[in-house]
Design a protein around this ligand. Structure first.
Ligand SMILES: Cc1cc2nc3c(=O)[nH]c(=O)nc-3n(C[C@H](O)[C@H](O)[C@H](O)COP(=O)(O)OP(=O)(O)OC[C@H]3O[C@@H](n4cnc5c(N)ncnc54)[C@H](O)[C@@H]3O)c2cc1C
Length: 478
């Protein structure tokens, strides 16, 4: 084959940093003459909800992949700049080029860039965009969504890429020599999860062969969830493992597993993963606006001082503060505690989710905009289609850490207090004062939300939201 007459295949990595079951990588490698690019855009990494701890995880994944590519006669090059700038760079090539990338659903900044990039290149060269998660990109249809998701998850995994026959050189910096400014500041990364396909495979293995035992019950408390949850979320977000391979491995274990119900419950969450991301894909405006348009005027006043107290873990409620400190340190916390934090911010502090949601996202290593934004709205009563749930911080404290051992581990200054005093936050002036009255603020929020939901116009809009975004599996009450 005369390689010079073949197009050079450019494989662009976004958030799918792996060799196994990676459509862009596999199909881009078939002519065995390819260039692998990672687009590093500083502006993206400082946009809504993004943070250096997430970039650190992604760079772990790139580092591992770059080393593995030695065996493929290839390496990762970094294009530093936006997709607009990348377009100009690609145009400088005198040779024919083809572009391969996987679709991702992201926040507005990247979505707009990618849209322009696709429009430009689809007219000029072979441009292939592949599905990765179980998201409908074209022909969005909620009625066939579930069927499509199942089909994709059950379809065969793709082989690893073919070895490149030519070591393609280019003027860009090689990943091994790239030092992104965003990672130059000293940050406590040691306490965060590390990226890479090996890490992901190990986590999946230990989860399926043992840690999943009693997953359904242990998932609720931060004491037990740290171990009992799969902890695969950042790996799924940055693609160090494919969602389909997790689905297939978990499904294949069910017949032999002692923990069938736990595994089924885990698999259900893989479905939710895509179900939530689909909402952002369908309607990108929900990054900034409530799904239910009447909910945008609910919380007009921003109080940065109380928001700062929440994020510093100084609310005067020990369990909530311990959750926030744990999250700051580990970059992860379980679902229920994420929901409780968001509910406290939106109902008890009555702050707009548009302000608190990106601040929370920055703390998560696994920040996945589609899931995060929808959950932030759900836990704030802003979707109109989910029944509002106001989490009681005191009840969660009693339920999830009855002996307060976990709270005391994180807040050792509370060692001498009894569990009762800690749950009630009755700490005799030796702990920050409570920033709000839980009962009073909970009642005001409940009255406010429910009176609005009774309105006929509210119900009409909610029905339209359901038609666009609602899961078709269960019937809904408005
Ligand atoms: C306010 C709020 C914000 C959230 N933000 C994110 C986020 O940015 N990124 C993220 O991945 N998850 C988010 N979640 C969902 C959930 O909390 C995490 O997916 C989960 O805690 C990750 O830990 P794990 O991988 O051990 O989960 P497991 O319990 O082991 O679940 C396996 C996988 O299923 C998916 N999953 C689990 N729960 C959910 C859910 N409720 N909705 C959608 N997918 C789910 C995730 O991909 C997860 O990795 C958020 C939840 C709330 C309430």
């Amino acid at each position: 084959m005369d390689l010079q007459n073949q197009p050079l295949d450019i494989i662009i990595l976004n958030r799918n940093i792996r060799l196994e079951d990676n459509a862009a990588f596999y199909y881009g490698s078939l002519r065995q003459n390819y260039l692998v690019l990672y687009v590093f855009d500083e502006k993206y990494w400082t946009s809504n909800g993004r943070s250096p701890r997430q970039a650190r995880f992604l760079f772990d994944c790139l580092e591992e992949l770059d080393k593995r590519l030695l065996l493929y006669n290839s390496c990762i090059y970094v294009f530093e700049g936006s997709y607009d700038a990348l377009t100009l760079w690609i145009e400088t090539y005198s040779r024919k080029t083809a572009i391969h990338l996987n679709h991702i659903t992201d926040t507005d900044y990247l979505t707009q860039q990618l849209k322009k990039f696709k429009t430009h290149h689809s007219k000029r060269r072979e441009l292939k965009i592949y599905r990765d998660f179980g998201i409908q990109v074209d022909n969005i249809n909620r009625d066939s969504w579930s069927k499509d998701w199942n089909e994709l998850m059950r379809s065969p995994l793709l082989p690893t890429p073919k070895v490149s026959r030519v070591k393609n050189l280019c003027s860009l910096v090689q990943f091994s020599a790239f030092k992104p400014p965003i990672l130059s500041k000293r940050q406590p990364y040691e306490t965060l999860q590390h990226g890479g396909s090996k890490e992901a495979a190990d986590l999946l293995d230990t989860f399926l062969t043992g840690r999943c035992r009693d997953y359904q019950t242990l998932i609720s408390s931060p004491r037990t969830a740290e171990y009992a949850c799969s902890r695969l979320s950042p790996h799924i977000t940055y693609g160090s493992i494919s969602l389909r391979s997790i689905y297939q491995k978990a499904t294949s274990q069910i017949p032999y597993s002692q923990n069938k119900k736990d595994l089924k419950s885990f698999i259900k969450r893989l479905y939710w993963h895509c179900h939530f991301i689909q909402k952002l894909e369908t309607e990108s405006r929900i990054e900034f606006r409530s799904m239910h348009s009447m909910c945008d005027d609910l919380r007009p006043n921003i109080d940065l001082e109380i928001i700062e107290r929440l994020f510093a873990g100084e609310t005067g409620f020990p369990f909530l503060d311990a959750c926030m400190k744990f999250l700051r340190q580990s970059g992860w916390i379980n679902f229920r505690m994420r929901a409780m934090i968001m509910s406290f911010a939106s109902y008890n502090l009555w702050q707009p989710w548009q302000v608190t949601s990106p601040m929370l996202a920055q703390l998560f290593v696994d920040y996945e905009p589609g899931i995060h934004i929808c959950q932030a709205q759900m836990q704030s009563g802003a979707t109109g289609i989910n029944l509002p749930r106001i989490y009681s911080v005191t009840k969660q404290s009693l339920d999830q850490d009855p002996n307060t051992d976990w709270i005391k581990k994180i807040l050792p200054e509370l060692q001498s207090f009894s569990p009762n005093e800690i749950h009630r936050g009755d700490l005799k002036g030796r702990y920050p004062a409570k920033i709000v009255d839980l009962e009073e603020t909970g009642k005001i929020a409940r009255d406010h939300i429910w009176s609005m939901r009774k309105d006929a116009e509210f119900k009409k809009i909610a029905r339209a939201v359901y038609m666009l975004h609602g899961s078709r599996k269960t019937s809904r009450r408005y």
